[in-house]
Design a protein around this ligand. Structure first.
Ligand SMILES: *[C@@H]1O[C@H](CO)[C@@H](O)[C@H](O)[C@H]1NC(C)=O
Length: 225
């Protein structure tokens, strides 16, 4: 092999390995029956970001969460409230690759545009009427996919894509969402962009959003953490 083609070959290998790694960068499959998360690091095993509780001390309560039937308070600026059941409050979910949320919506309340960097979401409407949608990526020309959902309907938001739900009914609505990650993560677009800590230089945002700098600064004041 010539020297350059050898370098090319190694580079190709590195790129292939990297893309394989990226393609697999979701919650890994568990290597044992369970690995109940525990905060106390003493004498414990470290797997996948959390410590595992000694299996001999694991009990049914570790796999249990109560109260997802209770409506949450939606009296806030957006008129919605998300109750997450993930590895942080249901420790037995650790390494298992799923989680759940309850979302309450005030009349005309919304779950504002956001993304989950680590998971697809499947949403089930338990009550009410929701206008929902997601936007595809730049390569797909940012197409908007929307639907009006009624009680009993199910909709999917693919991993990483910006999506929202808006209660278009006169009554409170409630939905439940399933995730393919123990910790899907949430990036609420407006808060991340205009409410970062410290703030992004307003000139960067003015150019990006084609806004006057003072409009950006006003938004930054509203979303300040
Ligand atoms: C969501 O509801 C809970 C309980 O009703 C409340 O304590 C919490 O402050 C609410 N969160 C928001 C963002 O309104």
């Amino acid at each position: 092999m010539k020297k350059t083609s050898c370098v090319d070959f190694v580079l190709t290998l590195v790129v292939l390995a990297l893309s394989a790694y990226i393609a697999c960068a979701y919650d890994p499959g568990p290597l044992q029956d369970f690995c109940v998360a525990i905060d106390d690091p003493k004498h414990l095993l470290f797997v996948n970001g959390k410590f595992c509780k000694n299996p001999e001390l694991v009990k049914a309560e570790d796999f249990f969460f109560r109260g997802l039937n209770i409506p949450r308070d939606t009296n806030n600026a957006v008129g919605s409230n998300v109750t997450l059941v993930n590895v942080d409050n249901l420790l037995g979910l650790n390494t298992l690759g799923v989680s759940l949320a309850r979302i309450d919506y005030a009349p005309y309340g919304e779950n504002p545009p956001h993304t989950h960097p680590r998971s697809t979401e499947i949403l089930f409407v338990a009550d009410g009427t929701l206008y929902v949608g997601f936007v595809s990526s730049n390569q797909d020309e940012n197409r908007l996919f929307t639907k009006i959902l009624y009680k009993g309907d199910v909709f999917v938001f693919p991993i990483g894509l910006i999506h929202f739900q808006f209660n278009i009914g006169k009554y409170p609505a409630v939905a439940f969402a399933g995730f393919g990650s123990q910790n899907p993560g949430t990036i609420t677009i407006a808060n991340a962009v205009f409410g970062s800590d410290p703030p992004i230089n307003p000139e960067v945002l003015a150019k990006a959003f084609m806004l006057d700098k003072d409009v950006v600064e006003k938004l930054q004041k509203k979303f300040a953490p």
